[in-house]
Design a protein around this ligand. Structure first.
Ligand code: 5GP
Length: 184
């Protein structure tokens, strides 16, 4: 059956095969860099869940997963970086090797908040793995971004975990919404 949400997509930016292939490449790099370190992959609900689970499945090294949930104040047009913590990690990360797994880094203000929050807990190391990077939009400097899946242009994308009004997360590719849907 065709997904009715497909009609709302103007363009596929990153096809499903390419996503899975790249997730595999990232997993190999993490396997190498974190062998024997038993890292904790920290996902941010809800967007990064799809990416984190695929990444975890492709890793061969022992690792743990944990989640945080946040709510951003402001809208997608005006990210303020002011973030409220809705759900904290289940486990302590002091002296652990923490890999923050993000779906997308745009201005970087959200990631900057999370980095500050996690650093205060004194992890052994802290790095970021983001699937998508809108580098041209960056405001926050000095983020410890170690792995990037794809650099993308400044366009609003959905799919593979990314939503618009809580829909489209389940699309297997990353795509751009039709203007009419976005401006509705
Ligand atoms: P920041 O600007 O703080 O780096 O990103 C804030 C949040 O805005 C991201 O975590 C993500 O939830 C959302 N965001 C930024 N760009 C996009 C996009 O192109 N599509 C979707 N669905 N969300 C985005």
């Amino acid at each position: 059956m065709t997904d009715p949400l497909l009609f709302d997509i103007a363009e596929v930016l990153i096809a499903s095969d390419r996503l899975q292939e790249r997730v595999g490449e990232l997993a190999r790099a993490i396997d190498r860099d974190y062998a024997a370190l038993r890292p904790v992959l920290v996902g941010v609900l809800r967007g990064s869940v799809y990416f984190l689970v695929d990444l975890s499945r492709q890793l061969r090294i022992p690792h743990e997963i944990d989640f945080m949930a946040i709510a951003a104040y402001g809208t997608r047009h005006a990210t303020t970086g002011a973030v409220r913590l809705l759900k904290d990690l289940e486990d302590e990360v002091t002296d652990r090797h923490v890999l923050l797994v993000e779906d997308i880094i745009d201005t970087g203000l959200t990631a900057s908040y999370l980095v500050r929050l996690l650093r205060a807990r004194r992890p052994a190391s802290l790095a970021i793995c983001t699937l998508l990077d809108k580098r041209t939009r960056r405001i926050a400097e000095d983020l410890p971004i170690r792995y990037v899946g794809f650099e993308i242009p400044d366009r609003f994308v959905v799919g593979y975990g990314l939503d618009f009004r809580q829909l489209y997360r389940n699309l297997p590719f990353v795509g751009v919404l039709r203007e009419e849907v976005f401006n509705d």
